[in-house]
Design a protein around this ligand. Structure first.
Ligand code: ADP
Ligand code: MG
Length: 700
């Protein structure tokens, strides 16, 4: 426990490293504070004079807290965050320094953008990039630097990051949702906000073992490894008691996150051995995205302090569950109402039903976009593998809402089953009201009471892309609804007709059954729902004309930006598989094949010694023969993999190359792995060059 938090309660140190609203109110002159508030709430740009005052106050506050540097902190297309630190110092004529930080430095930065992925945009913007402060997300202190959350764009204005489109999408969904609210007579709400609470899964393993695994170090996942005798089949890790080392880690992690103003709330063990989860209290989408990036970073850093390594890869270990991220999403107005709250009588809540139907239509019409927002080489291991939703997008709305929707479609009166309750049968225990929004853990997009939970994301993903897409597709449908309803003479009947039509056309996307079953895949195909199995199937959908038109209409992305993003993601896919394949080759050639040869030699030597004194050596002979033929197979498959990796380089960059990596290189990696894993089971643990799954998964 740190000194700072030893005797204090959480509320004493929560957000102590954040230049929060409270700090601003204390430290800024009243008129300046008001301008900043306006900027934060209404998105009006700050004047230079105001920015100077804010920057100076930020610097003073940061310096008091020990900061020496500041950095614009942004989210390029690498998937991780980027930062470049400048000291506050400025030389004085007498050879000393004073500490300075101007409004200009706060509001805008000019990092060299040449080495960030730009997907072909680079040529047009001469490598220069700009970062611009997002004043809705608070600055904070970490590692003696003042961090300023920023958006990142090119010299010519093309966006190069994940934050800018998210902010744009939040604006558009707000505008369109307000149009709908006005139609329902709401005159008080002035802004609608999307909120997100991302649940984050992760693995913790011992650092010493990690350091012996080149595959984990270079790729984040084990490329080889025979299954341990025990996996997750006893289901004893899920919500199991938390061992001391992990508990100490979680406590430390919570404290670090709280100091940064992150609402870390829930922690528990997950299904796979060595797997855990952290969930924060939800907040505004862009802040949730910033916080999730920070959370992932702090998770990794804090682990090192405990001699652990935190793995955020979607599939670190074959044979047990991988890690995902559940994106809990809702939409609320600034007059206090959650627009996805059905209330006690959803059948009479036409405003709720309008938003619900809009989301149903959006998910059905734009399913490929949602699917591709979760597409990555890592996540390909999970989707459809009975541990995460299938690659088919469907929606779970629960039996009550389905009943309401059916009644609406058929023009009948919905018969509520009323409030039911369970009796546990023990007098001392309370009766439970039966939850009308029952749970379904197999659906990619599930209604959970007053929010939707999109369950496809991978654990390492940024949540920005998903939420940008989600906000934009919902905005699109709301705008279609508003266009139609605004011109109606009779709002009530026009609304009813619109909702009935929407339900008829889009109810095919609703599925309340088991999403992991094969029957569902067959049924989904019958319903015409797209099944984009892998990243290379999903990504080309991005540039579909219909989607490009929508993004351009709302100025969330231009066609060029979408093309560049598709290119970056495809390239990234190929690069990831390439690195994995090269790492496999490295380990196979330098560690596994030599180990097989020397281990087999040891057995042959033993056989020879036995033979020399006339003792039967058939056991040794059999084992040596078996290993010899396995080794021969490994050498052959390694050679084939080598050739395929070389052949991949000859493919045209983009889709063709990515497909080759998936169909040829990745497939060959599986073949090689199977042989190596079989061999591992025939070699002494002391001789095998990689720590076993048993050790990795069960020794923390
Ligand atoms: P689960 O039952 O899926 O494990 P958890 O309780 O772990 O759910 O997490 C639920 C998440 O949903 C939390 O992060 C919570 O803050 C978030 N959440 C709750 N209400 C909303 C909302 N209105 N908007 C967005 N997220 C929400
Ligand atoms: Mg969940």
């Amino acid at each position: 426990m740190s000194e700072q938090t030893k005797t204090k309660t959480v509320s004493d140190f929560f957000g102590c490293n954040v230049f929060s609203d409270k700090v601003m109110r204390e430290r800024l002159p009243k008129n300046v504070y008001k301008s900043v508030q306006k900027t934060r709430q209404l998105g009006i740009a700050l004047d230079q004079d105001v920015a100077d005052v804010v920057a100076n106050a930020m610097k003073d506050w940061a310096v008091e807290k020990g900061a020496t540097h500041y950095t614009h902190w942004f989210q390029p297309m690498t998937g991780v965050t980027a930062e470049k630190h400048d000291a506050f110092i400025s030389p004085t004529p007498d050879g000393n320094v004073i500490l300075e930080f101007s409004g200009k430095e706060l509001v805008k930065g000019e990092p060299d953008a040449s080495s960030f992925p730009s997907g072909g945009l680079r040529a047009t913007f001469e490598a220069r990039g700009y970062t611009a402060w997002d004043p809705t997300s608070c600055a904070f202190i970490k590692d003696n630097s003042l961090y300023i959350p920023t958006a990142f764009c090119s010299y010519t204005g093309e966006i190069l990051d994940k934050k800018t489109p998210l902010l744009r999408s939040m604006e558009v969904v707000s505008e369109q949702a307000l149009r709908i609210l006005r139609l329902f007579g709401n005159t008080t709400a002035t802004r609608v906000t999307t909120t997100v609470g991302p649940e984050q899964e992760y693995f913790l393993i011992d650092k010493k073992l990690y350091e012996e695994r080149e595959d984990l170090i270079l790729t984040g996942r084990t490329l080889f490894g025979a299954k341990a005798p025990k996996g997750q089949e006893l289901e004893d890790h899920y919500f199991g008691n938390i061992n001391q080392r992990v508990s100490d880690y979680m406590k430390d992690l919570d404290e670090e996150l709280w100091k940064l103003g992150i609402y870390a709330k829930t922690k528990h063990n997950e299904v796979a051995p060595a797997q855990h989860e952290l969930a924060p209290v939800f907040t505004t989408s862009n802040i949730a995205a910033d916080h999730n990036q920070l959370t992932m970073e702090i998770m990794k850093k804090t682990a090192l302090k405990h001699g652990l390594v935190c793995l955020l890869h979607e599939k670190p270990f074959a044979g047990v569950n991988g890690s995902g991220k559940h994106n809990n999403w809702s939409i609320s107005a600034n007059d206090g109402q959650n627009l996805l709250d059905p209330g006690d009588t959803p059948q009479d809540n036409m405003q709720f039903l309008t938003f619900l139907c809009a989301i149903i239509k959006a998910v059905d019409e734009y399913a490929p976009l949602l699917r591709l927002s979760a597409a990555s080489a890592g996540n390909d291991h999970r989707l459809g593998a009975n541990e995460a939703p299938p690659a088919v997008i469907s929606m779970f709305i629960g039996s009550e809402l389905e009943g309401v929707i059916d009644a609406l479609e058929n023009g009948t009166v919905y018969q509520s089953v009323g409030n039911q309750s369970f009796e546990i049968g023990v007098d001392a225990l309370p009766n439970f009201p039966k939850d009308s929004t029952d749970r379904n853990r197999t659906s990619p997009f599930a209604f959970t009471g007053n929010k939707f939970e999109f369950r496809m994301l991978g654990s390492a993903d940024s949540i920005s892309c998903t939420n940008t897409i989600l906000n934009t597709i919902v905005a699109e449908v709301l705008s279609e609804f508003a266009d139609e309803l605004e011109k109606a003479d009779d709002f009530d009947s026009a609304l009813r007709a619109l909702l009935v039509k929407t339900i008829k056309e889009h109810k095919r996307v609703i599925f309340n059954g088991n999403g992991y079953s094969d029957e569902w895949l067959a049924e989904a195909e019958k319903r015409g729902l797209p099944n984009l199995v892998s990243t290379v199937d999903a990504l080309p959908e991005y540039t579909n004309e219909k989607y490009v038109t929508m993004f351009e209409k709302f100025k969330v992305y231009t066609a060029t930006e979408i093309e560049s993003r598709t290119e970056i993601l495809l390239e990234n896919y190929s690069k990831v598989i390439n690195i994995e394949a090269l790492t496999m080759l490295d380990i196979a050639k330098k560690k596994i094949i030599p180990c097989c040869i020397s281990y087999t030699k040891g057995i042959c030597d033993a056989a020879a010694s036995k033979n020399s004194i006339g003792v039967d050596s058939s056991v040794e002979t059999q084992l040596a023969s078996k290993l010899s033929s396995l080794t021969e197979g490994i050498v052959k498959e390694t050679d084939t993999l080598d050739k395929k990796v070389i052949a991949a380089q000859g493919k045209e960059e983009g889709l063709e190359m990515a497909k080759f990596y998936r169909e040829e290189v990745f497939a060959q990696m599986q073949t090689l792995r199977a042989l190596v894993d079989e061999t591992e089971m025939n070699v002494s643990e002391d001789a095998w060059p990689l720590p076993s799954y048993s050790k990795l998964l069960f020794t923390v």
